[in-house]
Design a protein around this ligand. Structure first.
Ligand code: ADP
Ligand code: ADP
Length: 227
C-alpha cells in the first residue's frame, strides 16, 4: 500500500482542457472526496487514476512507481462508476461473487458466502440476492455495483457518485457504512461527488476541482473554513 500521486496531469478533449496541470497526493489509507460542479473534471481524474484513460501530459505514481501503461487490473483498483455494468444474466448473488471466483484467488466457498452475505446486509440488499440483476431498480443496481467493488480488497477504491440514485435514508445509512468500511479496512478511497454533505461526513481530505483545476485540497475543516 502506498500513496497515489498525480503530478502535473493535463487532459484535453479536442480543444477543451478537462484537467489543467493537476497535482494531487492521495495519502495511503485516506478517504479523498473530489468535489466540484458538473464538468469540473472529477470523473476524468478518476479515469486517469484507474488507468481507463491516460493523461496527455504529467505522471501518475502508485507508491513512487509510474503506472503509465498499466491496466486497471495491474493498478489493483476496484471501481464503482455511474453506469452500473452488472451482468444482466446473473443473479444479485452471482454478481457479487463474481470478483471472488477468479481461479487465481482460490477463495473457499464458505468464505465467499460469508463475504457476500455480509456485504449484502450492509447494502440492505439481502432480500434480493436470488433476483436477476435485470429485475432490480436503479438504486438496487447501484448498491450491487458498490457491493461488487467492496467484496474485493484492492489497493484503492474508486467511486463516482455511488449514492446518487438512492433515497435520502439509504444515502445517510450508506455514508456511515462506507466511512466505517474504509476506516476499518485501511484501504484508500477516492470518491467523486457534488454533494457537500457526503464530503463533510466521509472525507479525510477534500479536493475541490473547478474548470479542470484543483483549487483546494485539505482536511474538511480547512476547506470549509477557507472557501
Ligand atoms: P465532472 O465529473 O466533474 O462532471 P468530467 O470529468 O466528466 O467532469 O468532465 C470534464 C470536462 O471534460 C467536461 O467539460 C466534459 O464534457 C469533458 N469530457 C469528459 N469526458 C469527455 C470525453 N470522453 N470526450 C469529450 N469531452 C469529455
Ligand atoms: P459525470 O456525471 O460524473 O460528470 P459524465 O456523465 O459527464 O460523468 O460522464 C460519463 C462518461 O461520459 C464518462 O466516461 C466521460 O468520460 C464521458 N463523457 C463526459 N462528457 C463527455 C462528452 N462531452 N463527450 C463524450 N463523452 C463524454
Amino acid at each position: 500500500m502506498a500513496d497515489v500521486v498525480l503530478e502535473n496531469v493535463t487532459k484535453k478533449f479536442g480543444n477543451h482542457t478537462a484537467l489543467d496541470n493537476v497535482s494531487l497526493t492521495i495519502p495511503n489509507g485516506s478517504f479523498v472526496v473530489l468535489l466540484g460542479p458538473t464538468g469540473a473534471g472529477k470523473t476524468t481524474t478518476l479515469r486517469m487514476v484507474s488507468g481507463l484513460d491516460r493523461p496527455d501530459s504529467g505522471n501518475i505514481y502508485f507508491g513512487g512507481h509510474s503506472v503509465e501503461g498499466h491496466s486497471p487490473a495491474q493498478r489493483n483498483v476496484a471501481m464503482v462508476f455511474q453506469q452500473y455494468s452488472l451482468y444482466p444474466h446473473l443473479t444479485v448473488r452471482q454478481n457479487l461473487e463474481f470478483p471472488l471466483k477468479s481461479p487465481l484467488l482460490k477463495t473457499p466457498r464458505d468464505a465467499i458466502d460469508r463475504k457476500v452475505n455480509a456485504i449484502a446486509e450492509v447494502l440492505q440488499i439481502s432480500h434480493k440476492l436470488d433476483n436477476m440483476a435485470t429485475a432490480l431498480s436503479g438504486g438496487e443496481m447501484q448498491r450491487v455495483s458498490i457491493g461488487r467493488a467492496l467484496v474485493r480488497t484492492p489497493q484503492i477504491y474508486l467511486m463516482d457518485e455511488p449514492l446518487s440514485s438512492l433515497d435520502a435514508k439509504l444515502r445517510a445509512d450508506l455514508r456511515v457504512e462506507l466511512k466505517n468500511i474504509q476506516a476499518k479496512s485501511g484501504a484508500t478511497l477516492l470518491y467523486v461527488t457534488h454533494d457537500q454533505i457526503e464530503a463533510m461526513t466521509m472525507a479525510t481530505h477534500i479536493g475541490v476541482l473547478h474548470e479542470g483545476r484543483l483549487v483546494q485540497f485539505g482536511a474538511p475543516r480547512e476547506v470549509y473554513e477557507h472557501p
